[in-house]
Design a protein around this ligand. Structure first.
Ligand SMILES: Cc1cc2nc3c(=O)[nH]c(=O)nc-3n(C[C@H](O)[C@H](O)[C@H](O)COP(=O)(O)OP(=O)(O)OC[C@H]3O[C@@H](n4cnc5c(N)ncnc54)[C@H](O)[C@@H]3O)c2cc1C
Length: 410
């Protein structure tokens, strides 16, 4: 077996890259290898990316998905974020960022990951020049005379694949990257994110809430109504590991009572909670993103704190930049395996990555801190944003991915 680009991992980022390569002027010969079987069309995707989480998509991401021909299918399934209310529990100061005031249709959109799975895997199936091996697991990647060789364990037995370029999108703490000797820097935040969909009495009217509490940040993102017509929001609740474990262990009634006490009544009475899942949080960054014949993408390259909803948004911009660089290399007659070609991708995304990772890392530390100067700065920051429209506009543009280099939402 031979291909131009082998993508390891069919999660949110690997599948997006496959769709981006298929949308190019001349499709590449792409093989995507995914260890979890692809669900039949119309059924729920089983890959871990497409679990019970929801993703805040920046408006810039909506534009990129439109370029991949995916937004038309996704748009009816997402909920627009019309405003974001940022507050600090027990302190002065709150900020409302409003799309209409900024002349925007929405500050971003909330997509349930299961819907993202349906649309991305649908795009994958429809893509020309695409071969999908699933369930199949890449055991090892080795440099070869012309490109790379992948050793694959599939249901039919072991196989080898020759690829000019391998994109490793196998998630955080990539075993394949470390097998190639690529180290990763990992900083544990000592926190766990607990997620669940929550039904509530009052309508959200497109408002997302980001509340910074002493325990950690808590976000409620607007979702479409439940089958019974109840208003719903997606909860992301960051706490230390012990508190999160205790909250996971509560029965639904006790959980809702505890959440109501932390979040308040901005969405009225909390009525029901869906499946809860938890994710221990760490900042993970690969020491190298490219090597001759190899690129790391998505969580394999950088996994971020979810407080600012930036991880997938950043990865999608990486994916678009990588697809563009590969296209340009082909037009110039260069090999897409060349380190110099791949270094252009790194250079193109360096400022965006640095800014976005820095912002995602700073936010939980400043807002999660009980240290007095930081707490004071935090209050001033929030009040300052409310008082100084220019500052607030800047934050809105950052949140909606319109600022220079763009970023995530909510
Ligand atoms: C609680 C939470 C909330 C979040 N909210 C947001 C948000 O609002 N906005 C946002 O932009 N981002 C958000 N993120 C970040 C976002 O979820 C990640 O950026 C995204 O999931 C990364 O996807 P990925 O494809 O890189 O990795 P993964 O989802 O880990 O996918 C990796 C895939 O590779 C496959 N695989 C692994 N090893 C192999 C192998 N050897 N061979 C073949 N296949 C393999 C796996 O089966 C899997 O399907 C959030 C994250 C969390 C934890």
């Amino acid at each position: 077996m031979r291909c131009d680009v082998a993508i390891v991992g069919g999660g949110m980022v690997g599948a997006s890259l496959a769709c981006a390569l298929a949308a190019g002027a001349q499709p590449w010969r792409v093989t995507l290898i995914e260890s979890v079987a692809l669900a039949p069309p119309g059924e729920r995707a089983l890959q871990p990316s497409f679990d019970a989480r929801s993703t805040a998509l920046a408006t810039g991401s909506a534009r990129l998905l439109a370029q991949l021909g995916l937004w038309e299918s996704l748009r009816p399934l997402v909920e627009p974020i019309r405003s974001i209310h940022v507050s600090d529990r027990g302190r002065f100061g709150s900020v409302v960022m409003d799309a209409a005031q900024e002349g925007l249709e929405a500050l971003g959109y909330v997509a349930e990951n299961r819907h993202l799975g349906q649309v991305l895997l649908g795009g994958l199936r429809a893509a020309s020049g695409m071969r999908v091996l699933a369930p199949a697991r890449v055991r090892a990647i080795r440099p070869a005379a012309a490109g790379m060789t992948l050793e694959i364990d599939a249901e039919a037995g072991a196989a080898r694949l020759a690829a000019t370029l391998v994109v490793i999108a196998d998630g955080a703490r990539s075993a394949l990257a470390s097998g190639l000797g690529i180290a990763s820097e990992q900083r544990d935040y000592g926190q766990t994110a607990l997620i669940a969909n929550v039904a509530h009495r009052a309508a959200h009217q497109g408002r997302a809430f980001e509340r910074f509490t002493d325990d950690g940040p808590l976000a409620m993102l607007p979702l479409g109504a439940s089958a019974e017509g109840l208003a719903r929001s997606a909860l992301v609740w960051v706490q230390d590991h012990a508190q999160a474990a205790a909250a996971m262990a509560l029965d639904d009634e006790a959980f809702l009572a505890r959440l109501q006490q932390r979040f308040g009544y901005r969405l009225g009475r909390l009525l029901r909670v869906g499946e809860r899942q938890s994710y221990p949080l760490a900042l993970v960054r690969a020491s190298e993103q490219v090597r001759s014949g190899v690129v790391l993408a998505g969580n394999a390259a950088h996994a971020l704190h979810p407080v600012a909803g930036q991880g997938f948004n950043l990865s999608l911009r990486d994916v678009a930049a990588l697809a563009a660089v590969l296209e340009e290399a082909r037009a110039r007659g260069e090999s897409i395996a060349e380190a110099a070609v791949l270094a252009r991708f790194v250079a193109r995304q360096a400022a965006d990555q640095q800014r976005t990772i820095g912002f995602s890392d700073l936010l939980p530390r400043v807002f999660g801190s009980g240290v007095l100067p930081l707490a004071a700065a935090r209050d001033l920051g929030l009040i300052g944003f409310e008082l100084v429209p220019a500052l607030r506009s800047l934050l809105v543009r950052h949140a909606s991915g319109l600022g220079s280099g763009g970023s995530g939402a909510a």
